[in-house]
Design a protein around this ligand. Structure first.
Ligand code: ZN
Length: 204
């Protein structure tokens, strides 16, 4: 139902409601050491679409060459133990953007997460999708929260990581269900709309 409402809002939003256009580039999955899978590029695209829906038409994402992209998403191959991804601010043609690193390999995420992701490909896709969503949230200016229900929740506040990913995983029958379940919470959406100056009531 929520999804249909978003579609309705997107269709009904006036064209001049777009507050911000972000050019973006997603690294193709071509380096074996990155431990990505071909479909991960699609997962990242779906995460961008989810934020576009959350923005109720105020954000627009346009694919562009790397040199022009304000949001640049890379598949990271190494990093600190337990690191899912990171986003750091960059400037592109005088505008703020972000370099986003998402780590699709599960080996460094602990035995439980790795075990679940290895036996269940949809659990693995859930981790990659939600990590893209979280890091792209940072790219759009969203900080961490302490609420376990938020996509911007940080594991540094504790909580069961398997439960966090599992609740999303249980909504999926196949990977093609991912765009039907955005993964952000109403609070995440309110915070996004606050940044881009759209009253929350307009986005119910
Ligand atoms: Zn974060």
């Amino acid at each position: 139902m929520t999804f249909l409402l978003f579609l309705f809002l997107a269709a009904g939003a006036p064209k001049d409601a777009v507050a911000e256009t972000y050019t973006y580039w997603i690294e193709p999955c071509s380096r074996p050491d990155a431990e990505c899978e071909a479909n991960d590029v699609q997962l990242a695209e779906w995460a961008l679409s989810a934020w576009q829906k959350a923005s109720a038409g105020t954000l627009k994402f346009e694919k562009s060459p790397l040199s022009k992209a304000r949001i640049r998403l890379y598949w990271a191959s190494s990093g600190n133990q337990g690191l899912y991804g990171e986003a750091r601010p960059i400037m592109v043609d005088g505008k703020t953007g972000a370099e986003v690193n998402v780590r699709p390999g599960l080996r460094a995420l602990g035995h439980k997460v790795e075990g679940e992701g290895t036996k269940d490909p949809l659990f693995r896709d859930t981790i990659v999708y939600l990590t893209c969503l979280h890091e792209l949230g940072h790219a759009l200016g969203l900080p961490h929260t302490r609420a376990f229900t938020d996509i911007m929740y940080s594991f540094e506040y504790g909580g069961n990581i398997l439960d966090y990913f599992g609740r999303y995983r249980r909504k999926l029958g196949t990977a093609s269900d991912i765009p039907l379940h955005t993964g952000f919470s109403p609070e995440d959406q309110k915070r996004l709309l606050a940044i881009y100056q759209v009253p929350a009531k307009d986005a119910k």
